[in-house]
Design a protein around this ligand. Structure first.
Ligand SMILES: C[S@@+](CC[C@H](N)C(=O)[O-])C[C@H]1O[C@@H](n2cnc3c(N)ncnc32)[C@H](O)[C@@H]1O
Length: 277
């Protein structure tokens, strides 16, 4: 007999459980110094490997897309432990940080408090597919890092559009699926060959179908690739883990990324949207 189709609740509950476990790990290794955020920071110090993955450049681009932030009401969708929420608040925004993991939200609230913006970051445990806590046109802008590829876009994109004011911008740093060999390696390697699996079972990098869905809900959507992140991913292999190997892999990416047309095959991209007027 065919099993009944899975409900959205079951998927969200699995995500919540997975990220609650990750939050427990963060609590066990990250102290106040790692959690605190300064206005000049461009990555979460609890994840010191992010500069190697080119994240600071993407965060800089995301901030540029959303300016001006001062006094604006901003949604941080899938905020996790809240690095971006706190950074947006340090830039003057009133941030509503939404996630399905109450463990991650606890850290997000603590991080904001430690960084002096506890009164500007409001956490809310709901999924992006049902932003019922917010009325239509509530937000001046929306942001997110590594969240759209966890959500059901058929439900989350109309909700995102609904809660944004007409003309409001949104920007997301996302895991990108155009590079087929990289996607094959992503499916086969983690959990084997001494490489830790660091993704949930329900996430999937944004592919062509998701790109089309984003463009349908947000005509004029832009996908940007400030850097090529590809060969560098080999740096997860145990025998390529040293700083020397990492420098060489990153240099190779920079060299390949200078070839016109190749940067779209990167692993991380910026998705820039604007709600129609
Ligand atoms: C890869 S983590 C990114 C967290 C944070 N934005 C960051 O960059 O560190 C994905 C986050 O999305 C959250 N998430 C997963 N599915 C979600 C959904 N349907 N709605 C809202 N948040 C979701 C998870 O709980 C998790 O905190």
């Amino acid at each position: 007999m065919t099993p009944p189709p899975e409900t959205a609740e079951a998927r969200i509950a699995r995500e919540s459980e997975y990220w609650n476990e990750q939050a427990r790990r963060t609590e066990s290794h990250a102290g106040q110094a790692e959690l605190r955020v300064a206005i000049t920071d461009r990555h979460d110090h609890a994840m010191p490997w992010l500069p190697y993955l080119g994240v600071p450049v993407l965060v800089e681009r995301l901030l540029a897309e959303l300016q001006p932030l001062a006094g604006r009401r901003v949604l941080d969708l899938g905020c996790g432990t809240g690095f971006l929420s706190t950074l947006l608040a340090l830039h003057g925004a009133e941030v509503h940080a939404v996630d399905v993991s109450d463990g991650a939200l606890r850290i997000a609230a603590e991080r904001a408090r430690l960084s002096g913006v506890g009164d500007k970051v409001h956490v809310c445990c709901i999924p992006g597919e049902r932003l019922d806590a917010f009325e239509d046109g509530f937000f001046d802008a929306a942001a997110g890092s590594f969240v759209l590829h966890h959500a059901d876009l058929d439900d989350a994109l109309p909700e995102l559009k609904r809660v944004l004011k007409p003309g409001a911008p949104a920007a997301f740093i996302e895991t990108w699926g155009r590079n087929r060999p990289l996607m094959l390696a992503r499916a086969l390697v983690p959990g084997r060959a001494g490489v830790e699996k660091s993704s949930s079972d329900d996430e999937a990098p944004l592919g062509r179908a998701q790109e089309r869905s984003i463009e349908a809900h947000f005509p004029g959507a832009r996908f940007e690739f400030p850097e090529l992140l590809c060969v560098r991913m080999l740096g997860v292999l145990p025998f390529l883990k040293g700083p020397g190997a990492h420098r060489s892999l990153a240099a190779l990416d920079r060299w390949l990324g200078a070839i016109p047309g190749l940067r779209q095959y990167t692993y991380f991209a910026l998705v820039a949207l604007r709600r129609g007027g």
